[in-house]
Ligand binder design. Structure first.
Ligand code: NAP
Length: 282
């Protein structure tokens, strides 16, 4: 049996239509969702990410701004710039593209974003709200994964979920979202013993470790929903996930492909949260 593929590409396209309608409605009320991306320096990967975000935002009819700064900018100058956008009523979402140059403390910058405009959901206030079960802005990758599970009507309540990886941007918020939806959640990481046996208890297995093809079919409970967050390059430069998809798909019930699974949902949720943030200003 072959697992059902959970396409993030398809769901992102569906959500795009939904978001288009939300933007139209906002415009009729005189509000245009505003997104600013602060880009420091010339890192080519960052330039590409930012351009993609801008293209998607513009296609939806956002007021979309990229603010570019030299990599010699001081922390104080960048904080001042950030404050300008915190105060700007035309801006509903602020994104600081990482990495930042050495002279700047990234944590200090991210913490200075107005939590209401923190569409990445990384601000301690937003992480804290998620932890107490009252989420506002949610980290986009786990949020997108929840949308994928919902789209495929995968039951969460009462199910066993295992999240491998405990980063602040993926693993921790993911575990919290599953817990909030009444799964029984285990978090695993690099010090976990008997990892494959623990993974095999999972009805829902989320893998976010950053090691190409690490998870084999021995990790999988028959019929499980397997979410592959990993984005790795093999020796030929091809994009591969953390999950060995060819063999895992023989055991799992559902699987997200790489590429085209979790990735397209992350940017979608970023835009979605900007729209929600704009709606809240009315
Ligand atoms: P990260 O901050 O590097 O965290 C990796 C986590 O994996 C850590 O908690 C680490 O454990 C755990 N880990 C590493 N090796 C392990 C092993 N052998 N067994 C069990 N656990 C292990 O990574 P991240 O930012 O969460 O990203 C994870 C992957 O997802 C990367 O490939 C990244 O590119 C990808 N990603 C994709 C998207 C997307 O939109 N598709 C978004 C974000 C990230 P310790 O805590 O013990 O070190």
């Amino acid at each position: 049996m072959s697992a059902i593929m959970m396409s993030g590409k398809e769901l992102a396209a569906e959500m795009n239509e939904e978001m288009q309608a939300m933007v139209e409605e906002l415009k009729m009320k005189g509000v245009i969702p505003g997104l600013v991306v602060l880009l420091v320096g010339e890192d080519p990967a960052s330039q590409t990410y930012v351009r993609n975000k801008e293209k998607r935002a513009q296609a939806l009819g956002f007021h979309s701004v990229i603010e570019r700064y030299s990599d010699t900018i001081s922390e104080e100058q960048l904080l001042n710039e950030l404050d300008r956008f915190n105060q700007d009523p035309m801006i509903h979402g602020i994104l600081v593209q990482l990495p930042l140059p050495k002279q700047i403390d990234s944590e200090k910058i991210l913490n200075a974003i107005d939590s209401k405009k923190d569409i990445d959901g990384f601000h301690p206030i937003n992480m804290g709200k998620l932890l107490i079960g009252k989420p506002d802005k949610i980290a986009c990758t786990p949020y997108g994964i929840m949308k994928l599970l919902e789209r495929h009507q995968i039951e969460i309540a009462g199910k066993t979920a295992v999240v491998i990886g405990r980063s602040n941007i993926v693993g921790k918020p993911m575990a919290q979202l599953l817990l909030m939806n009444d799964a029984t959640v285990t978090m695993a990481h690099s010090k976990t013993k008997n990892l494959a046996a623990i993974a095999r208890t999972a009805d829902i297995l989320v893998v976010a470790i950053g090691r190409g093809h690490f998870v084999t079919k021995d990790f999988i409970k028959p019929g499980a929903a397997v979410i592959d967050v990993g984005m790795n390059r093999d020796q030929n430069g091809k994009l591969i996930g953390d999950v060995k998809a060819d063999e895992v798909s023989e055991v799992a019930g559902y699987l997200t492909p790489v590429p085209g699974g979790v990735g397209p949902m992350t940017i979608t949720m970023l835009l979605y949260q900007t729209i929600i943030s704009a709606q809240k200003t009315i």
